[in-house]
Design a binder for this molecule. Structure first.
Ligand code: HEM
Length: 234
């Protein structure tokens, strides 16, 4: 057997490429596609959680400019896992039911990458709000006057992008689920798909969305009153 190259040794390609079921053990040929999408999602989630956790540390140190590029990396990781969901649409619904028997009770609720991401989201959100509190800068004031603290505003918008991207992943994932098993099915752990729909409305950083409501109220209070129409225009 030829000796492994530096490329193979450094990247552990032998171990990595042995992590998918060999053809003889697959209940359906599309198991390879299914495993590759899930395993690579776990890797991107690992990186996204790592960079988000590092951004939280920078925020706690008051280094907002240092936190921003790390949040951008995490955001790109979330974008990539959203895009690759498209690959799952290449599985026919009938074939998904055939390969599903191999999954046992396997469920996305047990995804270590997604769990880690939810944990670091709490951490980075708390770190940012603590920074604002330390500088006596309420979120509503930051959104009313972004030029008052441009670095803090940039981080607020990056965290909003982060939250938005997670919501887009959830919407895309729900779409794939409904496309493959329908909207009335239950998951491998008995979860109704309706619950996934409800999870889609969850926000990791609710304060950032509430700040927009507050700004909208404050700005409309400043506008001269508009004449009210009895009916919407046709
Ligand atoms: C064929 C494709 C997929 C199907 C049919 C599917 C199905 C489901 C279903 C039915 C649930 C509800 C929980 C349950 O009972 O299992 C769920 C949740 C979940 N799945 Fe998937 N899934 C697919 C692909 C993926 C991929 C590629 C990932 C990437 C990591 C993923 C991650 C998750 C996560 C994190 C949850 C929890 C959702 C949340 O907390 O909002 N799923 N999935």
């Amino acid at each position: 057997m030829p000796e492994a190259s530096d490329y193979e040794r450094y990247l552990h390609t032998a171990e990595l490429l042995a992590l998918q079921k060999p053809a003889a053990e697959r209940v359906h040929r599309d198991e390879l596609l299914f495993q590759v999408v899930h395993q690579s999602s776990e890797l991107w989630l690992k990186l996204a959680a790592f960079e988000t956790a590092a951004a939280a540390v920078r925020l706690r140190d008051g280094d907002l400019a240092g936190a921003a590029p790390l949040l951008q990396r995490a955001l790109l990781g979330l974008r990539l896992i959203t895009e690759q969901l498209e690959m799952l649409e290449h599985i026919a619904p009938r074939d998904y039911h055939l390969l599903r028997s191999a999954l046992g009770q396997g469920s996305g609720f047990d995804s270590p990458g997604f769990r880690a991401l939810q944990e670091v989201a709490r951490d980075v959100g708390a770190a940012f709000l603590a920074h604002l509190q330390l500088h006596a800068l309420p979120l509503a004031a930051l959104y009313a006057e972004p030029e008052r603290a441009p670095e803090a505003y940039r981080v607020a918008e990056l965290l909003t992008d982060w939250d938005q991207q997670l919501g887009l992943w959830r919407a895309r994932h729900l779409n794939v689920v409904e496309r493959l098993i329908g909207g009335a099915a239950v998951g491998t752990q008995g979860t109704p798909i309706a619950l996934l729909r409800e999870l889609g409305a969850q926000r990791a950083f609710p304060a950032l969305w509430a700040a927009r409501d507050e700004l909208a109220r404050a700005m409309s209070a400043q506008r001269p009153p508009q004449p009210q129409r009895a009916h919407p225009p046709r």
